[in-house]
Design a protein around this ligand. Structure first.
Ligand SMILES: Nc1ncnc2c1ncn2[C@@H]1O[C@H](COP(=O)(O)OP(=O)(O)O)[C@@H](O)[C@H]1O
Ligand SMILES: [Mg+2]
Length: 193
């Protein structure tokens, strides 16, 4: 299937030229495993007024906080009303940081741990016992193996047990998207990316 036939190519494909331009001129230090420095990743998302387009409209400090959270080894949870660019932002950040935004779990009430972390090839499991070869990787394991970001859409729709068992590996920083900031809300229900 060519890119022209794909309904909506991922950010790393849509903005491949911009990512290449930023990487070529990126002399700043990069956090371990990052494809771009913090400064270049920020520019990718908010633009530079020249060749790099502005993709997120809103408070730039939010982008900076999100990037610093990830650069310091924490997970990032974006909470906010529908349509406030949580998914867009996570896609752009993944494209900038890992060069790929397609390692994605789509959370729902029916999402199982196997679909998040890994499952087993039961024929191999029975014949060989638990081994690397009998694992069937899901996005979280692939991301951990390759040192890439994994996106978890609608994490709050998953069963609590599934959430806590599958995502205990990193502390999470919370970033409210602008329109979700409710001064009177002491315990907002997070709607994650
Ligand atoms: N602040 C914003 N900057 C740029 N585009 C936005 C913004 N807010 C919403 N959009 C547009 O709305 C679309 C839907 O947003 P989305 O990321 O799916 O929202 P959410 O995941 O928060 O429900 C985005 O793909 C984008 O085109
Ligand atoms: Mg979303």
């Amino acid at each position: 299937m060519t890119h022209e036939q794909v309904q909506r190519p991922p950010a790393e494909v849509r903005y491949a030229a911009e990512l290449a331009e930023l990487a070529a001129g990126d002399t700043a230090q990069r956090p371990p495993g990052w494809a771009l420095s913090l400064r270049a990743a920020r520019t990718f998302i908010v633009g530079d007024g020249a060749g790099i387009t502005r993709k997120f409209v809103g408070d730039i400090a939010l982008i900076e906080r999100a990037l610093v959270t990830l650069a310091t080894g924490r997970g990032l949870m974006l909470i906010g009303d529908p349509g406030t660019a949580k998914s867009l932002l996570s896609e752009l950040i993944s494209a900038a940081v890992s060069g790929a935004s397609t390692l994605t779990v789509q959370g729902s009430a029916a999402t199982t741990e196997d679909q998040i972390r890994y499952g087993w090839n039961y024929a191999l499991l029975l014949s060989e016992g638990p081994s690397e070869a009998s694992l069937v990787p899901a996005p979280l394991l692939t991301a951990m193996r390759e040192g890439r970001l994994v996106r978890f859409e609608e994490i709050t729709r998953c069963a609590p047990r599934c959430r806590t068992r599958c995502c205990p590996c990193c502390p999470i920083g919370f970033s409210p998207c602008p329109s979700s900031a409710r001064p009177d809300s002491s315990s907002p229900v997070p709607a994650s990316t």
